[in-house]
Design a protein around this ligand. Structure first.
Ligand code: ADP
Ligand code: TZP
Ligand code: MG
Length: 266
């Protein structure tokens, strides 16, 4: 398969577009990464709001710029709140992102992710095993092959995107972002991004921020992925240990600009 590459110029244009509006992102996320996710959005220049009560989520999802849904520490009450938020987002035309943390081996969250796929997320962001698990659900026996390769992950992402009408980002050493037809590859980042919890989850919230007002959702999602990966690479240059890296990542997300993206992406 031929992958398109995201130019630094395009990603930089998207970064400037998002920063200029400081979009409000409604996050229904897991209890591990809630604080880190809010800090990632704030450092970048977006506005987080963790409005979680079932009594409030529908009202808020309708006025937020975007909604980020994450099943990492899903409970039955949170699932109910997410249902209400997603229904309201869909009715209001608010874009929303699904992060299917650990979908596959655990029945409760996996069944809930299946339900959410039917509600048609605007974008899905997960790692390879999560995307492959969701693609297995979505393909209903169509069979995404089982080899552990980036090609299999891209096949899964494309199948999922076709089934749901979502842009799907499958992240790892290389991030692949697809709308089912086009596939963009982003080769950036640093392995330290996997040594701090919440980098994937907060990236999903950043994807939500980039979707607000986007004219090309594939480009918007890919640009969010590029922003996190490039900021991660820069942070690792400054702070090559996990603790300091987590802090440096926030610093680099605040410093990153279109010139940095142009310098880092071919
Ligand atoms: N081996 C790696 N090398 C460089 N960057 C990576 C690597 N693995 C993941 N990343 C980056 O880490 C961030 C989180 O992705 P990932 O680890 O796939 O998500 P999750 O935390 O949900 O498993 C992304 O920006 C991704 O590009
Ligand atoms: C450790 C953990 N346990 C449940 S959710 C969670 C955070 C996962 O974060 P990420 O997917 O960004 O690594
Ligand atoms: Mg994750």
């Amino acid at each position: 398969m031929t992958y398109l590459s995201l130019s630094g110029h395009t990603a930089g244009r998207e970064l400037n577009r998002v920063r200029a509006t400081a979009p409000l992102v409604h996050c229904l996320t897991n209890s591990v990464v809630t604080n880190f996710t809010a800090n990632v959005l704030l450092a970048f220049g977006a506005a987080p709001a963790m409005v979680v009560a079932r009594e409030e989520v529908a009202d808020f999802a309708a006025i937020a710029g975007a909604l980020s849904v994450n099943v990492g520490t899903l409970t039955a009450p949170q699932a109910e709140a997410i249902r209400l938020a997603v229904a309201s987002a869909n009715q209001a035309g608010t874009p929303w992102v699904l992060d299917p943390v650990a979908a596959g081996p655990l029945a409760f969250r996996t069944d809930f992710c299946r339900e959410l796929l039917d509600a048609r997320p605007t974008a899905i962001r997960g790692n390879a095993s999560e995307v492959r698990a969701l693609a297995g659900l979505a393909s209903a026996g169509r069979g995404v092959d089982s080899q552990d390769s980036s090609e299999a992950a891209v096949d899964a992402a494309r199948a999922l995107a076709e089934r749901c009408g979502a842009v799907v980002a499958v992240t790892g050493a290389v991030d692949y972002v697809t709308d089912g037809e086009r596939v963009l590859a982003i080769a950036a980042g640093d392995p330290l991004l996997t040594r701090v919890t919440g980098t994937g989850c907060s990236l999903s919230a950043l994807v939500a921020a980039f979707l607000v007002g986007a004219s090309d959702r594939l480009i918007a999602v890919a640009s969010a992925c590029a922003t996190m990966a490039v900021a991660g690479g820069l942070a690792a240059d400054h702070a090559p240990m996990p603790g300091r890296f987590a802090v440096a990542l926030l610093d680099q997300l605040s410093l990153i600009d279109s010139a940095a993206l142009e310098g880092a992406l071919s």
